[in-house]
Write a protein that binds this ligand. Structure first.
Ligand code: FE2
Length: 154
């Protein structure tokens, strides 16, 4: 189903950009965790950039990868969730617990919904990039988990 694959890497990349934006807002909202959010945000920018590269290099080479059915819906679902959280962070105060739990939910949804497993490929560069993204998403989840009991210090 070619329509399913339309702009897949591009939407992946846009989602990562939006996560980077969200974490940057959290860095401003929560000075006591500024370092952590800034680091996570920077890594999400890198994810967005490599996915943008995948889109540029392989976006039109549909023979080089396959996507599971509903891939686009999954990415859109995650994208909508990020939009809601961005709107919340822009319009009201966000506390430590809310930021951490939202981010954990987000990183976990990337893992559980297998955002980086919805595409399969035999192309070594695609495989390697998706594996790196998978590992770093898991790593983000672990970092957030370590901060789950951080207290509210402003
Ligand atoms: Fe990411």
């Amino acid at each position: 189903m070619p329509a399913e694959k339309d702009n897949l890497f591009k939407i992946f990349s846009q989602n990562e950009s939006k996560i980077a934006q969200l974490y940057a807002l959290y860095a401003l909202a929560i000075p006591s965790q500024e370092k952590m959010w800034t680091r996570l945000s920077g890594e999400e920018i890198k994810h967005a950039m490599v996915l943008q590269k995948l889109d540029t290099v392989y976006g039109d080479s549909e023979k080089l990868y396959t996507a599971i059915e509903g891939a686009r819906n999954i990415l859109d679902y995650v994208g909508n969730f990020i939009d809601e959280q961005l709107a919340a962070a822009q319009s009201r105060d966000i506390n430590v617990q809310e930021a951490i739990s939202t981010a954990m939910r987000l990183e976990q949804s990337m893992i559980e919904r297998k955002c980086f497993d919805i595409v399969s490929s035999n192309e070594p560069e695609i495989i390697s990039i998706l594996e790196t993204l998978n590992k770093e998403t898991e790593n983000h989840f672990q970092i957030l988990k370590m901060h789950i009991n951080d207290s509210e210090i402003y």
